[in-house]
Design a protein around this ligand. Structure first.
Ligand code: PMP
Length: 408
């Protein structure tokens, strides 16, 4: 389409012209991390070359410049996910830290013995383990919302699991191992009928389509900058302002205090309350640049293009004898997991790498959902808007070569 020129966009990503084993790199490991466009790389350099300072302190000019850049990035994220105020946007290390923050700060103070936490069977370990740790500390109980045979959350079972005992529901918007898009808005609304808070893991949603926290009405939402074409080491916790201000700080230190005496310390309100110490200032600024870049392209254009590319890939894979796609929900984004009869997933990964094609093999940090489908490992293709039909053709050709060698 005239509005979406993938070849032009690819020129913004220097790493996409790299060769691997003499072959052009085909990066299909976007769910692990995404590549960075020049405007993000340049923004990081510009920050370090011209603006570097610690923030929120110091009387000098660079402190003010760096603080402005950091707070401007917060505002860009606010607009990107349609939050109501900048105070609802907290800079963290990534999705993992965001979930741990909520489990520790909200969970420890609001959960008691025999209260319940619901997570779906689709979750990444980052959205399982912090809740298990919270259960161990509080005596709360973790319950699992099952998925059906397509890899979609079973909403009937979810409905049955809900009760006044449920205090937290934590679920993915998009599964990192199957690509399922869950009915997250309904999940939120149903939990709220019982007064439970909902945390949405949007790590695999934000790179693929517009995410709107106001529309979802979720209490918390997390994602990682590095999966959104931004730097590593920076991510976002969104929370509703009133909920955040009622929560205890996660870590203590500089920046987050209102007043300190040896007798009693008082804390700032959100977001400073949750940003103790010096964070990844340049990373936050770089993430702001990534969001600007994406908004310039338009998330709707990205979603539309990727949707066609994903269907094209699924259709081509289905023709390969012995190949099974795990996860066949009607709504999917970004990810296709598969196994090939008689070929270890590690070998698939190594063979594709020889052709310059990067995919992930293994359990994708979500063992429970793979075991639900009777496997310990899959090969995972994960797309971004800079992938092309040409690249998918090379992938499919290579897989055909792989199976014909095995079969003859
Ligand atoms: N949740 C999901 C759905 C993910 O895909 C990932 C990363 N694979 C995470 C959480 C954790 O993200 P990070 O390692 O960046 O904290």
């Amino acid at each position: 389409a005239s509005t979406f020129d993938v070849d032009a966009l690819r020129n913004d990503f220097p790493i996409l012209s790299t060769k691997v084993h003499g072959k052009p790199l085909i990066w299909l490991d976007n769910a692990a991390t995404t590549q960075k466009p020049k405007p993000v790389i340049d923004r990081l350099s510009y920050f370090y070359e011209h603006e570097n300072s610690n923030i929120h302190r110091g009387a000098h000019t660079l402190a003010a410049t760096a603080t402005d850049a950091y707070e401007a990035a917060r505002n860009k994220i606010k607009h990107f996910i349609n939050a109501s105020s900048y105070e609802e946007i907290i800079f963290v290390r990534g999705a993992t830290e965001g979930i741990n923050l909520v489990a520790a700060s909200y969970g420890r103070h609001n959960l008691n013995k025999d209260d319940e936490i619901l997570v779906s069977c689709l979750e990444h370990h980052a959205n399982i383990v912090p809740w298990q740790m919270l259960c161990a500390e509080t005596g709360a109980v973790l319950r699992i919302i099952p998925v059906d045979d397509t890899g979609q959350i079973d909403m009937q079972s979810y409905k049955k699991l809900l009760s006044p005992k449920v205090k937290i529901v934590a679920a993915s918007y998009v599964s990192n191992s199957l690509g399922t898009i869950t009915p997250i808005k309904d999940i939120v609304a149903m939990a709220h009928q019982y007064g439970a808070k909902v945390l949405v893991d949007a790590a695999q949603a934000v790179p693929h389509f517009k995410v709107d926290v106001n529309d979802l009405d979720c209490d918390f939402l997390v994602f990682s900058g590095h999966k959104l074409f931004g730097p590593t080491g920076i991510g976002i916790l969104y929370g509703k302002k009133d909920t955040l201000n009622e929560m205890s700080p996660y870590q203590g230190g500089g920046n987050m205090i209102d007043n300190v005496t040896f007798e009693k310390t008082t804390y700032q309100l959100t977001p400073q309350r949750f940003e103790a110490g010096t964070g990844d200032i340049a990373g936050a600024v770089g993430l702001g640049a990534a969001v600007d870049y994406l908004q310039h392209i338009g998330m709707d254009h990205i979603a539309k293009y990727e949707h066609s590319l994903l269907s094209y890939t699924s259709d081509a894979l289905r023709n390969i004898p012995g190949l099974s796609v795990i996860g066949t929900a009607s709504e999917k984004a970004g990810v296709i997991s598969f196994t090939l009869n008689g070929i270890a997933t590690e070998s698939i990964g190594q063979m594709l790498d020889k052709e310059g094609i990067a995919v992930r093999t293994g359990h994708h940090c979500s063992l429970p959902i793979l075991r639900r489908f009777g496997v310990e490992s899959t090969a995972r293709i994960s797309l971004a808007f800079y992938n092309t039909y040409r690249e998918i053709d090379v992938l499919i050709d290579t897989l055909w070569k792989l199976i014909t060698k095995t079969y003859t």
